[in-house]
Design a binder for this molecule. Structure first.
Ligand code: HEM
Length: 452
């Protein structure tokens, strides 16, 4: 009888965890993650460890990186779209791709890409001005369009993608990933249908067709007389072990990876930050003072971006409260010890970035929006991994410097010329679909501050 009752309880607990994962994986987190440095649980007999303490996160993602891979859940959710691209590849395949692509993201190279970032931000500003102050704007759609323009312009210079189809395609795909995570939890077969899966497959096929056409056109054109872009790097990459080039399918996997990972995250970080700034006039005024001082009242130029220190603090604080990638996970490939406890091979390890960013042991008054937390003095006083929107260790976001330059450039152009007034009394709740999206649109009224 005792056995029956405990099985029933366990079944109920798992059913609740699955339902919550489908609704919003952040709601499926055990409440103790907000209090504890590390939490060991089991789900259907499989070990699951949540790691919140920054020093343990470092021990896990940096010290034990070689013993981890992204795991079944991530592969199941993302590989149908991203195949064996940089985000989902493992081992030697990942290493080769990372080495081939890394030169594109060196700080000096990123600096050369700031001009198109500013141009895309100015186009966004002009679109918003054209709407006028009476129309409600779903700001996450505007930032998505802007960051998509940036990624195409900077990484795939001569591509002619249909922007709306591509943005909608990525959105259709990520919106059903929670079902994949939940199916993986119960070991359901991959072919099992779930809501949104057919639409995601269709979107995926359409996006891949557009990308394949672009790759074929570039191959037909041959060498270009321009600074090598992402596609040039992928086409010329050679595996150091075998000497082979990437197949067309591997190239498409990577282009899709960069189009998706490279626009959604930054767009969401910007949208949540604009909502926060709109609710904090003191922060908006200080940011604007800085922009006007640094630009001397003129237009924003690439040389200004590194000097906009307060604006970077504002974006970091936006990402602290709303990390665009709020959770990362790994699977142990072999046993190792963490915090003196054995982690069995096969265990799932979760770093809930959003929880770390609001953990009461790490932050004073964690729910409060306060860009001062990222002043150089306060940053120095904190553990490096108390704030980790870009992940950590060898799989850290390859686009982190790019994303920060882009976000500061876009915020500088928008906040200099426009006022953002959120239309909802309280912000919509965040919901995780791989990325952290607002449950309903971040609606705003946008008005011009000055005319040029
Ligand atoms: C604010 C913006 C961004 C955030 C918060 C963000 C966040 C992240 C995080 C947390 C990871 C690590 C995932 C893991 O460990 O499982 C990651 C990886 C990655 N990101 Fe970003 N990202 C952003 C912007 C970008 C941009 C702009 C690009 C490309 C232009 C990009 C491309 C990638 C790629 C390709 C990976 C996989 C790297 C690897 O595994 O070697 N991301 N990102």
């Amino acid at each position: 009888m005792t056995n029956f009752v405990s099985t029933l309880r366990e079944t109920r607990r798992v059913a609740r965890a699955i339902a919550a994962t489908i609704r919003n994986p952040l709601e499926a987190l055990p409440p103790a993650v907000y209090e504890e440095p590390i939490l060991h649980t089991r789900i259907l007999k499989r070990a699951m460890i949540h790691v919140m303490d920054p020093a343990l996160i470092q021990e896990l993602l940096v010290g034990n990186a070689a013993r981890l891979d992204k795991g079944r859940a991530v592969r199941r959710a993302l590989s149908p779209a991203l195949g064996d691209g940089l985000l989902t590849a493992e081992g030697a395949s990942w290493r080769w791709q990372r080495q081939a692509i890394a030169p594109l993201f060196r700080p000096d190279r990123v600096q050369a890409l700031v001009a198109p970032m500013i141009k895309a931000a100015e186009d966004c500003r002009d679109r918003l001005r054209a709407h006028g102050p009476d129309r409600l704007v779903a700001i996450e759609q505007e930032t998505a369009r802007t960051t998509f323009d940036v990624i195409v312009e900077t990484m795939l210079a001569d591509a002619t993608f249909d922007t709306d189809t591509m943005i909608q395609g990525v959105s259709n795909y990520v919106r059903q990933t929670n079902w994949s995570l939940a199916s993986n939890m119960v070991g359901a077969p991959q072919w099992l249908p779930h809501p949104g899966k057919r639409r995601a497959e269709k979107s995926n096929a359409i996006m891949r067709r557009q990308i394949n056409a672009h790759v074929a056109a570039r191959r037909a054109k041959g060498a270009r007389d321009a600074t090598p872009d992402l596609l040039d790097h992928l086409l010329s990459a050679r595996d150091p072990e075998t000497g082979r080039a990437m197949t067309d399918s591997e190239i498409t996997d990577n282009l899709l990876t960069f189009l998706a990972a490279g626009h959604e995250t930054t767009a969401l970080g910007l949208a949540w930050t604009l909502d926060l700034v709109g609710r904090h006039p003191g922060v908006a005024a200080r940011a604007r003072d800085e922009i006007l001082r640094v630009t001397d009242g003129g237009p924003v130029a690439p040389r200004h971006i590194a000097q906009l220190g307060y604006l970077k603090q504002v974006f970091n604080e936006g990402m602290r409260l709303y990390p665009p990638a709020p959770m990362i996970s790994r699977q142990a490939q072999e046993a190792f010890t963490l915090d003196g406890v054995t982690i069995e091979a096969g265990s799932t390890l979760v770093v809930p970035i959003g929880v770390v960013h609001r953990h009461s042991a790490l932050w004073t008054d964690p729910e409060r929006f306060d860009p001062e937390r990222f002043s150089p003095e306060q940053e120095k006083a904190r553990h490096r991994y108390a704030f980790m929107p870009f992940g950590a260790g060898p799989r850290v976001c390859i686009g982190n410097i790019f994303a920060l330059s882009e976000a500061v450039a876009i915020l500088a152009v928008l906040l200099r010329d426009l006022d953002f007034a959120p239309a909802l009394a309280v912000p919509p709740r965040p919901r995780m679909d791989i990325t952290l999206r607002p449950e309903s649109s971040l609606l705003m009224r946008v008005s011009s501050r000055r005319l040029h």
